[in-house]
Design a protein around this ligand. Structure first.
Ligand code: HEC
Length: 162
């Protein structure tokens, strides 16, 4: 009979433990620079990030999405050119129905790429070469921080689920 190789078994257990720890860490909550608990990609609790995000929002996004995140008037129907107007980013819109990753991708790569659409015509710009990842995250953090607590909690659920 072959001798059981205990060293190999112990090694296998260590490797398995390391893999489980790694997976557990990946799915646990990330601690943002401010030390608060955060879910997903954005930092709605971090005052410094949201203040920067508000500044960037007002400079880059508010002309279409509204100074108070209220969106364009009649945003639910196409405009004269047949394109959709800018929706609100407050709780009355559908921004909060989307996961962080999708929102980030819409802003960075554009709706067409982010949502896998073909030849989708839109007035929503692509910010890949205009804003850094940190700036996009700051803007979205500001937007998320403006939602009522209950909406923030519901939005957190989307990011935990997947
Ligand atoms: C020139 C006008 C314009 C500017 C500037 C603009 N957007 Fe948009 N945005 C739109 C339009 C129009 C849509 C809707 C597109 C559609 O549905 O076809 C949109 C859609 C979006 C969506 C998807 C919302 C949803 O509910 O699906 C997000 C997120 C978004 N914009 C974020 C931003 C951010 C962040 C900025 C600033 C960095 C910005 N937008 C600047 C016009 C603009």
């Amino acid at each position: 009979m072959e001798k059981i190789n205990y060293k190999l078994i112990i090694l296998a257990i260590i490797v398995l433990l390391a893999v489980f720890t790694f997976i557990a860490m990946k799915f646990s909550q990330v601690i943002p620079p401010s030390g608060g608990v955060q879910v997903g990609l954005f930092f709605p609790e971090d005052k410094e990030i949201t203040a920067k995000g508000k500044e960037l929002y007002l400079a880059n996004c508010s002309s279409c999405h509204g100074v108070n995140l209220e969106g364009a008037p009649n945003w639910r129907s196409p405009d004269e050119s047949g394109l959709m107007p800018a929706p609100p980013h407050d709780e009355s819109g559908h921004t909060w129905h989307h996961k962080d990753e999708l929102l980030f991708n819409i802003v960075k790569y554009g709706l067409e790429k982010a949502a896998n659409l073909d030849n989708y015509e839109t007035n929503m710009p692509i910010y890949e070469n205009i804003l850094s990842d940190e700036e996009i995250i700051a803007i979205m953090s500001y937007i998320k921080s403006s939602w009522p607590k209950e909406i923030i909690e519901r939005h957190n659920q989307f990011d935990i689920r997947e």
